[in-house]
Write a protein that binds this ligand. Structure first.
Ligand SMILES: C[S@@+](CC[C@H](N)C(=O)[O-])C[C@H]1O[C@@H](n2cnc3c(N)ncnc32)[C@H](O)[C@@H]1O
Length: 288
C-alpha cells in the first residue's frame, strides 16, 4: 500500500478516536446546536413515519439525537436503540437518557450492525452517514435490520458554501494552519453534499422510493464569540494540537479570527444567523 492510499480500517479507528475525544465538546454545545438542528430531527421523524409503538434505530447517534426525540414519539409501547462508533459518545447519550426507559444506547458500526434482521420499523441517521468509508455497505447493513416496508430517514450537509455553521470556522482553521485539502472521495462532513452521493448507494443497496430534499436549518448564535466557542468545541483535538504547535502564543488569535469570520453576519441585536442546508433522504425497504 502506498502512503497516500486510503486505508478504511485505519480511517475508522481514527474516526472512533476523533469522535471519542470531542464527545464532551459536542455535549457542551449541544443546546446551541439543537436549537437549529431540531428542525432536521423533526423532519427525519416525519420522513421515517415514526409513531407510537414503533421500534426505531438511530445510527451515529452521537450524544443521543435524534434517538431521544424518537423515544418521545414512539411512547411507552415503542423502543429506540441508538448506536455509535465512539464509546465516549455512547456514554454521554446514556447519561442524557437517564430516566427515559424506552431508549438504549450501544457501541456499534453502521457498516456491520450486529442486530436482529428485520427488527426495526424505521432507521434514522442525522449527520452520520457521510463519515463511513463504504456507503453501500452502510446502506446494506441498515436495510438488513429494517423490516420490509420500513423506512430509512437520514440527513447530510449540503455543499460547504450552503452550510456556514460548519464551514466558516473550519475555513479559517484551514487557512491559518495551511491544511491541505482532504483527498477527493475521503469521507467527511461534506462528502455526501450532492444528492447523488445519497441516491446512488441507497439504490445500490436495494432501497426503493429514494428521495432527497434540501432542508434549511435555522442556526443562530448569540454572538460571534459564541460561534468561535462552538467551532473550538467541535474541532478535532489533532487540529487543536497543531494550532498550539504552529501558532504558539498566537493560538488565541485563531479563535478571534473565527469570531471575526462571522461578525459580518451579525444583525443589529448582535445575534448571528447562520442558516445552513441539510439534505434529507427518505428510502424504503421493498416488501417481498
Ligand atoms: C456529526 S456526529 C452526529 C451525531 C448526532 N447524530 C447528531 O446529529 O448530533 C457523527 C457521529 O457519527 C458517528 N460515526 C461515525 N462513523 C460511524 C460508524 N461507522 N458507525 C457508527 N457511528 C459512526 C460518530 O462517532 C459521531 O458520533
Amino acid at each position: 500500500m502506498t502512503a497516500t492510499e486510503f486505508d478504511p480500517v485505519r480511517f475508522k479507528e481514527r474516526q472512533r478516536d476523533h469522535w471519542d475525544a470531542i464527545s464532551s465538546g459536542w455535549l457542551s454545545v449541544a443546546d446551541t446546536f439543537e436549537r437549529g438542528a431540531a428542525v432536521v430531527t423533526a423532519r427525519l421523524v416525519a420522513l421515517g413515519e415514526v409513531g407510537p409503538g414503533d421500534s426505531v434505530l438511530d445510527v451515529g447517534t452521537g450524544v443521543g439525537e435524534p434517538a431521544l426525540t424518537a423515544a418521545a414519539a414512539v411512547g411507552p409501547t415503542g423502543r429506540v436503540l441508538g448506536v455509535d462508533l465512539a464509546p465516549g459518545m455512547v456514554d454521554l447519550a446514556r447519561r442524557r437518557a437517564d430516566g427515559v426507559p424506552n431508549a438504549e444506547f450501544l457501541v456499534g458500526d453502521v457498516e456491520s450492525l450486529a442486530l436482529p434482521r428485520d427488527g426495526f420499523d424505521a432507521v434514522l441517521a442525522r449527520w452520520s452517514l457521510m463519515f463511513v468509508p463504504d456507503p453501500v455497505a452502510a446502506f446494506r447493513s441498515i436495510a438488513g435490520v429494517l423490516r420490509p416496508g420500513g423506512v430509512l430517514a437520514a440527513s447530510t450537509w449540503g455543499p460547504p458554501e450552503s452550510a456556514p455553521m460548519l464551514s466558516l470556522g473550519f475555513r479559517v482553521l484551514a487557512g491559518r494552519l495551511r491544511l491541505p485539502a482532504p483527498p477527493p472521495g475521503e469521507p467527511g462532513p461534506f462528502s455526501m453534499s450532492d444528492p447523488a452521493a445519497l441516491h446512488e448507494p441507497a439504490t445500490a443497496a436495494g432501497f426503493a422510493d429514494v428521495s432527497v430534499v434540501p432542508v434549511e436549518v435555522p442556526f443562530e448564535l448569540e454572538s460571534a464569540v459564541s460561534y468561535a466557542r462552538f467551532t473550538k468545541a467541535i474541532t478535532p483535538l489533532a487540529l487543536r494540537r497543531l494550532a498550539r504547535e504552529r501558532l504558539g502564543a498566537e493560538e488565541p488569535e485563531l479563535w478571534t479570527d473565527v469570531a471575526a469570520a462571522v461578525a459580518g453576519h451579525a444583525r443589529p441585536d448582535g445575534r448571528i444567523p447562520l442558516p445552513s442546508t441539510a439534505l434529507c433522504l427518505r428510502a424504503s425497504k421493498p416488501v417481498g
